[in-house]
Design a protein around this ligand. Structure first.
Ligand SMILES: Nc1ncnc2c1ncn2[C@@H]1O[C@H](COP(=O)(O)OP(=O)(O)OP(=O)(O)O)[C@@H](O)[C@H]1O
Length: 594
């Protein structure tokens, strides 16, 4: 072996120089740090570096087909197609390698192959990670590109990195014209309309903007993205076209408004039907109560109907039932004041056979009978306290047990209650349970007394005179003076009293016209009685003579009568004196000029 190589040894080495060169080659191979192995085209190992020898135990002269058959079969493919190829996971014992096979050619002939082994455990992990990153990237690109929202991604300085097709369309630009360019510069050049990215970069926070372009409303949102060290790395700008949403929203609003209008019409039609039908309501306050009633019919809450006796509370309960979803189901009415206290619970909750003396057979209660429908508790204030507790229990959980029974049953009932009493006052006095009051008073409905809705009186009069006239086949009419007197009356018994007066007048009046004289005494004298009451206490005082007090009273009566009646004849008839007396007294009190 020669100690030093001469330049000519590299062209045409002598055997000694060749030996010297081989040492270099071997050392170079070993120094690379990867396993390197070469085979001839029969698969016999020609060269094997230190790693191959020591780690894999493969030496020159070994048959690769025997020591690494998988690698050999891949090498054979390389002999054929002369392509470099990678073989993952070539294993020997515990070791795994990634091997790159490259052909060795001498002129046009393939004389063998060289295999470079790279230890694979870390590489394999990295390759797997890389593959999953690649897949993730593909997913991300697919996601971005298929998004209906426009997306533009820039780096921390505003350089555009990516733009999806929606963003291209909404901004009227092409990716190839803008990618790699700075967004602020593009904005300056008028190519891009976006002032949010710069702001998001500057403020390092999300920035929103509403832009209208070509009749389309677009919400632009720039969201800064930070790395783990809170360094700004990207800005994601989204473009959301809200034109369609806006249009749908306004369409929805229009539809809602239309629906409300229809609903309103339906309610009005229902109200008209109701008004022309069973309930006479002329004054505004009564019309309002009717409207409220129609509305609350549609919900399923308990209603407490309040109002003086005879105002029509029962009628309103009927109206709620007729207009409710339970109209086809029973409405059971109980007058709590009309049932003896000892029987009320048995009536309400029912009883089993033999539950008490006289209970010869089992009987369902009103609650059972009203199941699915409505229970109307009229005169609820008259319900005894003991029964109030039981009713409350039922209202709380919908369960009820017959008296003498053990099985409780659940009923679905809407409760309506009515009273002419002041329940709040009764609660204060301990006569009515506060908890029951709250349960019943979910929706209070107050029916005004007739004196507070004077416009209703005349229609009610006509309604009942016609009604009773038709019933008896009699056609009656009211004289002007009779109407005046009936309009002035205070009706403490409300509509019920008015109705009774009408029935009496139709039946009792002989002539076709009902006149003042036909009216009941209380109606004719109603106003005089009112005057009397205030006059006696108001006009008489100590030291005043009886004659003086009587004169004062007479003058007050005449003054009031003049406002109530058209002429002296009617005043005389109303006060039961001669017209000449009235004329004389009017002169006496200087009232004849009025
Ligand atoms: N607005 C109205 N139009 C027509 N009839 C009415 C009207 N209001 C009441 N009535 C009639 O007057 C009568 C008395 O009405 P209702 O019995 O409903 O009064 P109420 O307030 O329940 O009285 P109570 O508190 O005494 O039970 C009924 O015959 C009813 O039909």
């Amino acid at each position: 072996m020669v100690n030093e190589l001469k330049p000519s040894d590299f062209q045409n080495p002598s055997p000694g120089a060749q030996q010297h060169l081989n040492v270099f080659h071997k050392a170079q191979l070993d120094a690379i740090g990867e396993g390197i192995l070469s085979i001839n085209n029969s698969g016999i190992v020609v060269l094997a570096d230190k790693i191959i020898r020591e780690a894999l135990g493969i030496f020159p002269g070994d048959d690769l087909a025997e020591v690494l058959p998988k690698l050999y079969s891949e090498a054979k493919l390389t002999f054929k197609d002369l392509r470099r190829r990678f073989v993952a996971s070539v294993r020997k014992g515990d070791l795994a390698f990634l091997v790159m096979i490259s052909p060795i050619q001498l002129g046009v002939d393939t004389v063998g192959a060289i295999c470079v082994f790279v230890e694979n455990s870390d590489l394999e992990k990295m390759t797997r990670q890389m593959r999953s990153y690649q897949e993730l990237n593909k997913e991300l690109v697919a996601l971005i590109n298929s998004s209906h929202e426009g997306l533009c991604i820039t780096d921390a300085k505003g350089k555009i990195l990516r733009l999806n097709p929606t963003a291209e369309r909404l901004n009227d630009i092409r990716s190839e014209d803008v990618i790699g360019k700075n967004i602020q510069q593009l904005v300056k050049n008028g190519l891009f309309e976006d002032s949010v990215t710069a702001k998001a970069i500057e403020k390092r926070e999300i920035v929103n903007l509403l832009r209208t372009k070509n009749g389309r409303k677009i919400i632009i949102t720039a969201t800064p993205v930070f790395d783990d060290d809170i360094e700004l790395i990207r800005v994601v700008v989204s473009y959301r076209d809200v034109t369609e949403i806006d249009r749908l929203q306004s369409e929805l609003e229009k539809k809602e408004a239309l629906k409300d209008q229809f609903q309103h019409h339906i309610t009005e039609i229902q109200q008209e039907e109701v008004l022309s039908d069973s309930i006479v309501a002329k004054s505004q306050c009564m019309v309002n109560v009717l409207k409220q009633t129609i509305k609350l019919s549609k919900v399923d809450s308990s209603v407490l109907i309040l109002g003086e006796s005879g105002v029509g509370k029962g009628l309103f309960a009927d109206l709620i039932q007729q207009n409710s979803a339970r109209s086809q189901k029973p409405m059971i009415k109980i007058n709590c004041g009309a049932i003896p206290e000892s029987l009320i619970e048995a009536e309400l909750f029912g009883h089993e056979k033999g539950a008490f003396t006289g209970a010869d057979s089992a009987k369902p209660g009103y609650l059972e009978m009203a199941d699915g429908g409505i229970l109307f508790l009229d005169e609820i204030a008259e319900l005894p306290l003991s029964s109030q507790v039981k009713l409350l229990r039922f209202l709380e959980d919908g369960h009820s047990t017959r008296i003498g029974g053990t099985k409780s049953s659940k009923f679905n009932i809407r409760i309506l209650a009515a009273t002419h009493r002041n329940l709040e006052e009764m609660v204060e006095q301990g006569k009515f349970r506060l908890d029951l009051f709250y349960r019943l008073n979910v929706i209070p409905l107050r029916v005004p007394p007739l004196r507070d809705r004077k416009e209703c009186i005349l229609p009610l009069l006509y309604n009942f005179i016609n009604h009773f006239g038709k019933k008896d086949g009699i056609n009656k009419r009211l004289s002007r003076t009779a109407i005046d007197a009936l309009l002035s009356y205070s009706y403490p018994g409300n509509v019920r009293e008015l109705m009774n007066i009408c029935e009496r007048l139709v039946v009792m009046t002989e002539s076709e016209t009902i006149d003042l004289n036909d009216l009941p005494f209380k109606v004719v004298n109603n106003n005089i009685a009112e005057i009397n009451e205030t006059s006696i206490t108001g006009n008489w005082s100590r030291g005043m003579t009886l004659q003086h007090a009587l004169d004062n009273m007479e003058k007050a009566i005449l003054t009031k009568s003049l406002t109530l009646f058209d002429n002296q004849k009617n005043i005389a008839s109303s006060l039961g004196v001669n017209p000449s007396t009235i004329s004389r007294k009017l002169i006496k009190y200087n009232l004849d000029k009025i």
